[in-house]
Write a protein that binds this ligand. Structure first.
Ligand SMILES: [Mn+2]
Length: 234
């Protein structure tokens, strides 16, 4: 593949911004490899559309990784784990069950989503945790540098890790491209953060900042950003 790798993270139900970003970056499925770093659902209003689109992109060859929010959504649906509801899950349920749910009965919501959207559930539960190329490791939150071999990082940490990852060199010989921790945390701006052996991509779109794209080209890196224009609640 002669084209670029285009990485996007933490879309969080912001369907319109995601479409605008692919447009802005000039994404061409035949030439570019799209690598999505997770967190398709929660907080933004159109989680269902984002998952449908991401599933379609995956069919056409995009790499679609798992984020902690996608994982919580699946764990609620399949195991009844309530952590999902403490992390912005309501907007996801409302997106999936617009007009058919009373807004109160969570068990009913769970049943309805499992019945009506089993293909989404199947897709989300099957998402991989990382993607590796010759020069990069793509992962939602990061890897744990304390392990000799980064692949020993517990899967849960690949979705949730913070300081242990970003406060230490990763010593893998590759650059880790990750989302999960908004770039404002690293350099006070939502733009892509270049931190030596790490590149942070999460523009904090779910908090009203921007959706970032990172293109890995033959010559280096290019970045793209779409300011959030959807109205977010809370
Ligand atoms: Mn996350």
């Amino acid at each position: 593949m002669a084209g670029r790798i285009l990485a996007v993270s933490d879309i969080h139900g912001l369907y319109d911004e995601f479409c605008a970003l692919l447009d802005l970056a000039g994404y061409r499925p035949e030439e570019d490899r799209l690598v999505l770093l997770g967190d398709y659902v929660d907080r933004g209003p159109r989680s269902r559309e984002v998952v449908a689109m991401v599933r379609e992109l995956s069919r056409r060859g995009a790499v679609v990784l798992r984020g902690n929010h996608d994982d919580m959504f699946v764990k609620w649906l399949l195991e009844g784990d309530d952590a999902f509801w403490r992390s912005g899950g309501r907007t996801t349920v409302e997106s999936y069950l617009a007009g058919v749910w009373d807004g109160r009965d969570r068990e009913a919501a769970r049943r309805l989503i499992l019945e009506r959207h089993s293909e989404h559930v199947e897709f989300l539960r099957s998402l991989p945790y990382f993607y590796e190329t010759e020069q990069h490791i793509f992962v939602h939150a990061g890897i744990n540098p304390l392990y000799e071999d980064w692949k020993q990082t517990p899967l849960r940490e690949m979705l949730w890790i913070r300081e242990t990852f970003y406060n230490r060199p990763v010593r893998t010989g590759k650059v880790v491209v990750f989302g999960h921790t908004p770039c404002v945390f690293f350099h006070g701006r939502p733009d892509v953060w270049f931190g030596g052996d790490k590149i942070g991509v999460d523009g904090g779109a779910a908090f009203g900042h921007q959706l970032n794209g990172l293109a890995v080209t033959g010559a280096g890196y290019e970045t793209y950003a779409v300011k959030v224009f959807t109205r977010l609640n809370g």
